[in-house]
Design a binder for this molecule. Structure first.
Ligand code: FES
Length: 321
């Protein structure tokens, strides 16, 4: 997990250079620096904020080559009612337009391993592509299991195959749905698994690997995890030691909203617990972690919380604000 970072708030203008068809309903967008210079560096697993013309902000994984400092590539899926879909797939965001981007951040760090297993659902392949490229460059064996409704809809499949690992496509509507538990049962013990895709796939991988050593399975969530039905949370207090404020957080409001209403200006982006922008240090109290970023040990350490979704499991939280 990144340290709480001022970089989260950094933005810069970038030129949308190209829009390329990838697969049905998926377009790739290539951005360059507005002045033609180098872009800030990124690592495999990084994502960035894209500020859409209506002022909303969406996060996308960088799926290009980190060694190419001139281009950022992201992929946007056509989602019914999605804001980015409207701008990208309906042609409102065209090549030549200048867009505000946030500096890349990484909550899905690529780490050295003896072998990698990448499990992706559809556009969930995007953060994994730079990892496959890095693994190939390092001479480390890797396998990709890519799931899609139909094999023709598997995004970036040609690019993944060209990277030299073992690639298999699992198409649910063609009778080759991935048997997650069966496929993961025999994975070698030194495997590091990275997974990104829809919740159903991620939960299946999580369940099948529940007994794997901590840290050997990494997930990147694009959207918030579902919460248990009927879950309730009472009012609790947050004490902000540096500003001397104590605030009540009612059940229907987030910690983030309460802090920002009090003028504390906590930065935020996704408001779904998936990007890490609103992370705040916790000095006392027990957090009810509801984000999709922190690992089990980071949750247990209770040192930080994502204020957009996480709440208190104790009557009071003391925050370093
Ligand atoms: S704003 Fe993205 S995790 Fe809170």
């Amino acid at each position: 997990m990144n340290a709480i970072s001022a970089a989260a708030a950094r933005t810069f203008p970038a030129l949308l250079r190209r829009v390329t068809y990838v697969a049905p309903g998926v377009l790739a967008l290539d951005f360059e620096a507005e002045d033609g210079g180098e872009l800030p560096p990124f690592e495999p697993g990084s994502h960035l904020d894209v500020h859409l013309p209506d002022g909303t902000v969406r996060q996308y994984s960088l799926c290009g080559d980190p060694a190419d400092r001139t281009t950022y590539r992201i992929a946007v899926r056509d989602v019914k009612g999605g804001r980015a879909s409207r701008f990208v797939h309906r042609g409102e965001l065209r090549p030549g337009v200048v867009v505000t981007l946030g500096a890349p951040r990484n909550n899905f760090a690529f780490e050295p391993a003896a072998r990698y297993l990448f499990v992706a659902g559809g556009i969930g392949i995007t953060p994994l592509l730079p990892m496959m490229r890095a693994a190939t460059r390092a001479g480390t064996p890797w396998t990709l299991l890519l799931c899609a409704p139909r094999s023709a809809e598997a995004p970036f499949i040609r690019e993944a195959r060209a990277l030299g690992g073992e690639v298999s496509v699992h198409a649910s509507e063609e009778g080759t749905r991935l048997d997650v538990a069966g496929r993961l049962r025999d994975a070698p013990a030194d495997t590091l698994l990275y997974c990104c895709g829809p919740e159903r796939l991620m939960l299946a991988v999580e369940e099948a690997t529940a007994h794997w050593p901590e840290g050997s399975v990494r997930f990147e969530w694009f959207t918030a995890r579902s919460r248990p039905e009927g879950e309730v949370s009472g009012t609790f207090e947050v004490e902000c030691v540096r500003s001397g404020l104590t605030l009540a957080v009612p059940p229907e409001r987030s910690v983030l909203a309460v802090l920002n209403d009090a003028g504390l200006a906590v930065p935020c982006s996704c408001e779904q617990g998936v990007c890490g922008t609103c992370e705040v240090a916790v000095l006392e109290g027990e957090v009810d972690h509801r984000d999709s970023i922190l690992s089990a040990s980071e949750r247990a350490a209770n040192a930080t919380m994502m204020t957009c979704v996480s709440r208190a499991a104790s009557p009071r939280l003391v925050l370093d604000l």
